[in-house]
Design a protein around this ligand. Structure first.
Ligand code: 5GP
Length: 116
């Protein structure tokens, strides 16, 4: 029994609907339910990893794959050339609210630095 079932696992298992943009054996990418930019997609590994600080060397290829999926999605949706941002919030103080590792892919507007 997996006691760490987040809303993202329910999306992976098709128990909760989502606007899915891309999926393969390792990851799923779907639109964020409350977007902070015109394009806001989440890239989520299917393996249960609560947060980036819990990842280890066995996850090395998966973490690289997430970045390549992010840029492929940006290209596919047509905002790669305009510029985009990828963000991972690890832990509550960083703003993480769903404790399944995920990468935010943000595009479609200008972004300031430093982030809030
Ligand atoms: P975090 O703050 O943990 O980095 O980001 C979690 C993100 O998940 C938030 O941007 C939030 O809007 C999104 N989210 C939470 N619940 C759902 C949901 O049920 N469906 C979708 N598509 N996104 C969700």
């Amino acid at each position: 029994l997996n006691t760490n079932q987040t809303i993202f696992h329910k999306i992976i298992n098709r128990e909760v609907p989502a606007d899915i943009i891309f999926e393969d054996s390792k990851v799923i990418a779907f639109r964020d339910i409350s977007p902070i930019s015109p394009e806001h997609i989440l890239i989520v590994p299917k393996a249960s990893i609560s947060k980036l600080s819990d990842a280890d060397i066995k996850d090395e290829a998966l973490l690289g794959h997430m970045l390549l999926v992010a840029k492929d999605v940006a290209i596919k949706l047509g905002f790669a050339d305009d510029g985009f941002r990828v963000v991972i919030n690890s832990g509550e103080k960083a703003g993480q609210t769903v404790f399944q590792l995920h990468m935010h892919l943000l595009g479609g507007r200008d972004f300031s630095w430093p982030p809030g």
